[in-house]
Structures are given as C-alpha cells and as structure tokens.
Design a binder for this molecule. Structure first.
Ligand SMILES: C[S@@+](CC[C@H](N)C(=O)[O-])C[C@H]1O[C@@H](n2cnc3c(N)ncnc32)[C@H](O)[C@@H]1O
Length: 351
C-alpha cells in the first residue's frame, strides 16, 4: 500500500506519500487529468478525546446520545460468516497524495489543467478506504447509492476500471451537485462519460431501487457527519428541532444497506460507510441489516475482516483497535493524522 500510494509522477517508486518535497514537485507537474490529491478537509486538528466533550460543552444541542434502536443491537444474536482478507489492492491508475504524519499543511486549491478540468480533487483521506475496500475490477457495474457530492463515485471512476458507475441520490439539488462536480473534474463529461453510459446520474430513494445487477455497491449513508456537526452550527443535526430525524437515522441506514444487499450480484461486494463515530450508526446498523437479511431472505452474506489487509495503511491512517469493533473498521481522527471519522464495513454476498 505504501508503495502504491507513492508519488509516481515524481518518478520515484520508493517515495512515499509522506515525502512533501516530491509531492510538491509532482503537483507542479499535475496537468494530467487523473492525478488526484487526497487531503484532510481543511479542518483544525481534532483528537478523539476532544471530539465528543467539545461538542457537549456548547450546550445548545440536544444530547440524547444514541437512538433507542441500540437496544436491538445488543439483544439479538446472529452469527454471520466472517472471513479475513490479507490484501488491499490499490488500482493502478488511481493516484492519491497526502502530507506526512503531523504535517497539517493544506493543499492549495486545484487549478484548471490543459484539458480544462481541475487537476486534483481534495477530500478527507478517510474517504479513500471505503472505495478501496469495494475492490473494483475491470468491467464492474458500480452503484453509489447515496452519492452526492460525488467524491466516492469520482474515486471509483478514477480507477478507470468500471464499465458503469451509477451515482444515485434522493435529492434533486444533490444530484445537480453531482453533475457540477463531475463537470469540473471529468474531461468532456457529456460525450465521453454520460452519453457512453460510463457514468449515470440517478435521482431516487436508494431503498426503492429494485433492479440493476450490480457488481459493487457503496452505501455511504446520511449520518450525523460528526466532523461537520462539530464545526457548523447551521442546520446542525444535533439541533433540538432535528431530534426525530437524528433518531431515525439508523433505521434509514439499515433500510439502505438491506436494499444494497438485495441488489448486489452473488459474489459482489457492498461497502457500508459513514463519517460518524457512533457505534449504533456503524456496527449497530450492519448488525441490524444482517439480522433482517437472515430473517427475511435466503441471501447469505460474508463479513470481510480487513484488519490484516489494513496493516499496510498504518503510515497513513489511525484505525480504531479492531478488538473494539464488531464488523467494520474506523478511521479515528487525531492530532497527528487528521482524517475521518470514517467507518466502513465490507460485505460480500455469497448466495
Ligand atoms: C454522506 S452523503 C454521501 C457523500 C458521498 N458519498 C461522497 O463521498 O461525496 C449522504 C447522501 O445521501 C443522500 N440520501 C439521503 N437519504 C437517501 C436515500 N433514501 N436514498 C438515496 N440517497 C439518500 C443525501 O442526499 C446525501 O447526499
């Protein structure tokens, strides 16, 4: 992974993402459309220990800590198939960069290159892992069920592997946002991507999608968006007038994940992800979805344990101790490595 994340444009196969000089050298050459930069979201550093108390101290938000849905999480026993994975492959055409641990330099804004599209896409480094976990292969049909603003779909497209990426979202304004992002980053969007059906933008409730034969599905659900909620008082999901919506999140998340497991082909992968530290929105929802699949369908699902495969990312990510997690993996923001939070869980449909 470290080698794969290395700075290829600088022509050095052993220069890792942590080498700032080579990174800058590379970025100055980054006129090609498929060079991309992954960085933290311009946020000031946050440690896990600061994360929750700091929000509490504001005192304005409602602090019902977790939905009562959590009762179900602990009370029902299921025993899904669990399988370890030993490798996390990094697609050949995808380039991702970040600064070294402890360096909080921000990347400058992307610029238009010679083909008129922006030369790199800035995103939270945590967002890369759910897409890598999807293990996209050449010819795949990929559904991004809750896609706007399009960051993960864009990463999927940058692998150059999928035949089709379907970017779905429930909201018209949010699908418009996907279009405008893709327009800025994909050369000749209409002719080369939309008309050839390499990219589809679809407007529907993910729970209502009922056909598609997808090889891979990413379910990056609406969640409490913890980093954003900590920093943005406006329209904050922890506001008292949004309690109902917040308490209903795990139910919606579970329904979206269940539908993805129904839609994916046998042998295909579903990656469920959130940008929350909440155990109930993370492993809790996976648990409830597995329970519903087991009770309501003949589908069989294997939970893929990536803890060994992810060891190779230790120079870039701080992950929660896997012993504290039931199914998935959690990128934990801290003062040194300010990525996340990103939770992700890889599920494979085996029947
Ligand atoms: C966390 S954001 C997705 C971020 C995106 N994957 C990315 O990487 O840029 C969640 C999205 O889910 C959408 N959403 C909410 N409920 C949905 C539903 N029932 N079906 C499909 N999309 C939904 C929201 O409009 C929002 O754009």
């Amino acid at each position: 992974m470290e080698k794969e994340l290395s700075n290829r444009d600088a022509g050095s196969s052993n220069t890792t993402v942590s080498h700032q000089h080579s990174l800058e050298h590379s970025l100055s050459q980054a006129e090609i459309d498929f060079t991309r930069v992954i960085s933290s979201q311009n946020a000031s550093s946050i440690s896990l220990t600061e994360f929750m108390p700091a929000t509490k101290l504001k005192g304005k938000e409602d602090w019902i800590p977790e939905p009562t849905y959590s009762e179900n999480f602990n009370n029902c026993e299921i025993s899904p198939t669990m399988s370890k994975e030993y490798d996390l492959s990094f697609p050949e055409h995808l380039n991702a960069y970040c600064y070294e641990i402890g360096n909080h330099t921000e990347f400058s804004s992307p610029k238009n290159g010679s083909t008129g599209v922006l030369n790199y896409y800035l995103m939270d480094g945590g967002s890369l892992l759910p897409v890598l976990a999807l293990d996209i292969k050449p010819g795949d049909k990929v559904l991004d069920m809750c896609a706007s603003a399009g960051g993960k779909s864009y990463l999927a497209l940058q692998t150059l592997y999928p035949d089709n990426v379907i970017c779905n979202d429930i909201s018209k304004s949010r699908t418009d946002r996907i279009y405008s992002v893709m327009k800025q980053y994909l050369y000749d969007l209409e002719e080369k991507w939309l008309e050839k059906r390499k990219l589809w933008i679809s407007l529907s409730d993910g729970r209502a999608i009922c056909e598609g034969d997808f090889d891979k599905i990413i379910v990056d659900v609406p969640c409490t968006t913890d980093r954003h909620s900590l920093k943005e008082p406006e329209n904050n999901i922890f506001r008292p007038d949004r309690i109902k919506e917040r308490l209903k999140l795990p139910e919606l998340q579970t329904e979206l994940l269940v539908q993805a497991l129904r839609l994916v082909k046998v042998g295909g992968n579903v990656v469920y992800s959130t940008c929350s530290l909440s155990p109930i929105q993370n492993d809790g929802v996976v648990h409830l979805a597995l329970k519903r699949i087991w009770e309501e369908t003949d589908i069989e699902v294997s939970v893929r344990d990536l803890s060994v495969a992810l060891l190779q990312t230790a120079s870039v990510y701080k992950l929660a101790d896997h012993k504290c997690m039931k199914y998935g993996h959690l990128v934990v923001p801290n003062l040194q490595i300010n990525f996340g939070p990103t939770y992700f869980c890889k599920l494979q449909r085996i029947k």
